[in-house]
Design a protein around this ligand. Structure first.
Ligand code: SAM
Ligand code: SF4
Length: 474
């Protein structure tokens, strides 16, 4: 471990990832079933796991033990979080990039990609197109480039919030961009961002050095590892971790993510809001060495293990994955997905149905429309939600509240999911989706306890159906 006293880092910044220790933890024998049972019981009792306990679960290769982890993840999802899935869309702002990450189409040495940054008018057109489909939550994605500094990011955020069409508006803007310094995080925080995501890509030092060539900004492992600590210190306490699965042993990366979450929790009293676990995809102009690619079974294991290990953290599953797999793993504790996504710059207005792989960072596995994904979720018994209430009412740490406060979901989450779903059904849904959605709303209302709160929810749903009133959250 090394301690740095560098002003560009967070106070007391530390490289808390000890590769040899994590690898050692993974080398243990397959654990006794009783030990696995005890660890899973701890998670079901609403306690986060230690890195050592997580490693024990990862060492449990026996199919029955893996099934026990799957079942615990499903139970946590069902019993603790309920059946809501939050929906969002990515919006790529620009693909200029000074880095040379070997897995990414946007890397500086790739001369076959057309470099482009949305102008203000183009950005507004993308936002309007997304609003007209029914989106309420976006994540803005940027390459790393001096042009995309904190002021530029903040301007984009302000433009998103200011652009409205019909009943459409974006109520939460998350960011996936390069690490900033303290001042940069203060600037984007003031613009009203939701979550700031920075993915470490790989927590394994040598692998990190191999994929991020020396001399590039991103080559500095510690500066990136420390990014979200700086964000916390600058007042952005809503942050998202991630690793790009496929660069190194997936089990190591899970331990890296859990170490990172625990580090933030112990240092700042707040863990990450979300964890993302993108799998490496084919990408134009990229030659990926497939040694550590993660198969579907291991992908399920990693999601279920994360669900069990960090129960207060939202899990994001992206449209990189094929639709059938997305449907299957939703049950393991995923809380957010993107839908109707296009990742070409300008893709929401300029692309037809086909992906233009040369112009996007990687190829997507699920390019179905928002309406089709909504209908599938509804028919599978999930409640698609566009809720942004906690964040706007200053109720930060909503996953913690969902998890820890009895009745929180019934009082806030389900009603807000239903009002935002009703907005979608009335304003944007196809007839078939509307019909399925109205049925789901009736079923969900049937599960809520009778009383004034439910009566108020029913009144609000009716107001959305019969008037122009929107955004009626609890
Ligand atoms: N440029 C910023 C950065 O690197 O942090 C913003 C993020 S980049 C546009 C979004 C994420 O996409 C990266 O952090 C990486 O994990 C992921 N990514 C890059 N190439 C990928 C690929 N070939 N397949 C899947 N995900 C990829
Ligand atoms: Fe640039 Fe991000 Fe792609 Fe790396 S992953 S080349 S930093 S856009």
């Amino acid at each position: 471990m090394s301690v740095m006293a560098d002003m560009s880092l967070s106070s007391g910044a530390i490289d808390f990832v000890d590769d040899a220790r994590l690898i050692g933890l993974l080398e243990g024998d397959s654990p006794e079933p009783a030990r696995v049972h005890d660890i899973l019981a701890k998670s079901l009792a609403k306690q986060a796991l230690t890195v050592e306990e997580t490693a024990t679960l990862l060492a449990a290769d026996d199919p029955d033990q893996v099934e026990a982890v799957f079942e615990t993840a499903r139970r946590l999802k069902r019993e603790v979080y309920g059946n809501r899935i939050v929906l969002f869309a990515p919006l790529y702002i620009g693909n200029l990039c000074v880095n040379d990450c070997r897995y990414c189409t946007f890397r500086a040495t790739n001369t076959s990609v057309r470099r482009r940054t949305l102008s203000g008018a183009e950005l507004r057109a993308q936002i309007e197109a997304l609003e007209e489909k029914g989106h309420k939550r976006l994540i803005l994605v940027f390459g790393e480039h001096p042009r995309y500094d904190a002021e530029f990011i903040a301007d984009c955020v302000r433009t998103v919030y200011a652009t409205k069409v019909g009943h459409g508006e974006i109520r939460r803007v998350n960011i996936n961009a390069a690490p900033l310094d303290h001042e940069g995080y203060r600037i984007v925080h003031e613009a009203g961002i939701g979550t700031y995501q920075v993915f470490q890509e790989t927590y394994h030092h040598d692998t990190y050095a191999r994929w991020h060539p020396p001399g590039t900004r991103k080559a500095d492992y510690l500066y990136r590892l420390d990014a979200l600590s700086r964000a916390m210190e600058a007042g952005c306490d809503d942050i998202g971790l991630g690793a790009l699965f496929g660069l190194y042993d997936w089990r190591f990366e899970v331990l890296g993510l859990v170490s990172h979450a625990l580090h933030l929790q112990s240092r700042y009293g707040v863990g990450p809001h979300t964890i993302s676990f993108p799998r490496l995809r084919r990408a134009s102009g990229v030659d990926v060495d497939g040694r550590h690619l993660v198969g579907d079974y291991d992908f399920k294991r990693l999601i279920a293990t994360l669900r069990v290990a960090v129960p207060y953290t939202g899990l994001i599953l992206t449209a990189r994955e094929e639709s059938a797999l997305r449907r299957e793993v939703m049950d393991f504790g995923v809380s957010q997905i993107d839908a109707g996504s296009r990742i070409e710059i300008g893709g929401y207005t300029e692309s037809g149905d086909a992906q233009c792989v040369q112009q996007q960072q990687f190829s997507l596995g699920d390019v179905r429309s928002l309406d089709v994904v909504m209908r599938e979720l509804i028919c599978d018994g999930y409640v698609p939600s566009f809720c942004t209430a906690c964040y706007r009412l200053g109720r930060t740490g909503e996953h913690f509240m969902e998890f820890a406060i009895p009745g929180f979901i019934k009082r806030f989450c389900t009603p807000n999911a239903l009002t935002t779903l009703m907005e979608y059904l009335v304003d944007y849904a196809s007839a078939e989706t509307r019909q399925a959605g109205e049925r789901l709303v009736r079923d969900e209302l049937g599960k809520l306890p009778d009383g004034e709160h439910k009566a108020e929810l029913v009144r609000r749903l009716d107001r959305i159906r019969t008037s122009d009133q929107r955004d009626l959250y609890f």
